[in-house]
Design a protein around this ligand. Structure first.
Ligand code: ARG
Length: 467
């Protein structure tokens, strides 16, 4: 027997073993069912390694050409769905290597010189994840653009701003939407930042200690577009904190998605009626004929649970691992894959849904009028007339109580009635008691005044266009 993975159908590694793996152990330890997703990254990494081996005089020109030809065929087979993945070959790496050897012979067996599956898999995951980071960055930009564009049409649309889900102060719908743009912009920053740490090359660490072969790691890094090398071989094969960072980013981003989804569900309920969603994002009920349910938003909220769960899984996976590589690390893939897929699908569908949302401005304004949203403005008005703010707060509470008793808004009280609470109140008070007066007054940076919100929209547009 030899260490050729093809030599023995039951054992992919060496002649040391005297009995085949049980079928159960084979199934338990194999990862090819899911890590085949890394196939393209694996081939790209192998080609860069082979090219470098040749440049270093370790691999002959013919061997390099054979490897290139074999890999091109393997790629084509995989893309066409014709590649025969074998469970007994355990993972994506051994499957591709075995096929390569079958196609081109000894060159395939020379490819693994100076390399281990430990630095190979770490390289593959990083290469793959880097590509996904870029795809997600584009989706995050789309999500932000959809919100910014909707906001552009609603700088004058008044809605109740809530704290404790109680009407607090009037805000524009645009201002509310831009709060989410800020969240997603920070998510994009986090993603760009963690990508720098994903984009480091483990190859050359070999199994754990480095290799005696005179490899040119910088050359491989350049070929594969890595910004830096991993500088400690033990760390290179065992570190998965780049995956933890990604999962943390994905979790935070999904939490933002989930909050927006929850608001959409609330806004669409009959009791608020702030927005309506296009039918294509809703489902009906099999028993209640009148129902249109915001399933997409609810699922976005629900799927947040699995992504947060993946972060917990990865943290737990790492916490007890001694240096260096342990097979535990094979378990990093499914949580990562599912986090990427869930986040990507959710961002895509939510951006679309937001873009098609019908806004019921009149319902928003009615709701803002119901909750004494301008009470703070009356207190500020009194404070500007010299009343200490705490006293003004008390006076306005009494005025609100009187308005509630009569079932009217503050602005519906007469000047004489208002002056009954404080004689310093003048006829100019009615400007601050309107929803728009309240909004316009908050014109400082970050406030809800339309002019300020329009400036923020322009800032976001310029930022997104430059990205
Ligand atoms: N399938 C393995 C993984 O995903 C590849 C590395 C295996 N290395 C080893 N020495 N068994 O982690």
């Amino acid at each position: 027997m030899s260490d050729n993975p093809l030599a023995n159908k039951h054992q992919a590694w060496s002649a040391l073993f005297s009995e085949p793996m049980s079928e159960l152990v084979q199934r338990y330890t194999a990862s090819v069912g899911f890590d085949r997703r890394l196939a393209h990254a694996d081939i790209e990494g192998s080609l860069a390694h082979a090219e470098m081996l040749h440049a270093q005089g370790i691999l002959g020109a013919q061997d390099l050409a054979d490897i290139g030809r074999g890999m091109a065929q393997i790629r084509a087979e995989i893309d066409a769905g014709r590649f025969e993945w074998k469970l007994e070959l355990e993972d994506v790496h051994l499957n591709i290597e075995a096929r390569l050897t079958a196609l081109v012979g000894d060159a395939g067996k020379r490819l693994h010189t100076g390399r281990s599956r430990n630095d190979q898999v770490a390289t593959d995951v990083r290469l793959w994840l880097r590509g996904e980071c870029d795809r997600l960055a584009a989706l995050l930009a789309q999500m932000q653009a959809a919100l910014v564009e909707l906001a552009g049409a609603h700088t004058e649309t008044v809605m109740p701003g809530f704290t404790h889900l109680q009407v607090a102060q009037p805000v524009s719908f645009a201002h509310h939407l831009l709060a989410y743009v800020e969240m997603f912009a920070r998510d994009a920053e986090r993603l760009a930042d963690l990508r720098r740490r994903v984009n480091r090359l483990p190859l050359g660490a070999a199994a754990l200690a480095g290799t005696s072969w005179p490899l040119d790691r910088e050359r491989v890094a350049r070929t594969l577009g890595f910004d830096e090398l991993c500088h400690n071989s033990l760390d290179a094969v065992s570190d998965r904190d780049f995956a933890l960072e990604f999962a943390a980013f994905a979790s935070i981003c999904m939490v933002h998605v989930s909050r927006l989804a929850e608001e959409i569900v609330l806004w669409m309920s009959q009791s608020l009626g702030f927005v309506d969603l296009a039918d294509r994002y809703c489902t009906g009920s099999s028993i209640m004929p009148q129902k249109r349910n915001p399933d997409v938003a609810e699922l976005a909220r629900g799927k947040t649970g699995r992504v947060v769960g993946h972060l917990m899984a990865l943290l737990t996976l790492m916490k007890g691992q001694p240096l260096a590589y342990n097979k535990d690390n094979q378990e990093d893939k499914e949580p990562l894959f599912d986090s990427v897929d869930t986040l990507a699908d959710t961002l895509r569908i939510l951006a679309e849904m937001v873009g098609g949302m019908r806004v019921q401005a009149a319902a928003m304004e009615r709701a803002a009028l119901r909750g004494y949203a301008t009470a703070t403005d009356l207190a500020d008005y009194l404070a500007r007339k010299g009343v200490p703010f705490r006293d003004a707060h008390e006076t306005v509470a009494a005025a609100v109580k009187a308005a509630i008793a009569r079932g009217v808004d503050l602005a519906a009280l007469t000047l004489a009635e208002l002056q009954g609470f404080d004689a310093r109140i003048g006829a100019d008070v009615f400007e601050v008691l309107t929803l728009r007066g309240s909004m316009n007054a908050r014109a400082l940076v970050g406030g809800t005044a339309p002019a300020q919100v329009r400036a923020q929209i322009e800032r976001h547009r310029a930022r997104l266009a430059a990205a």
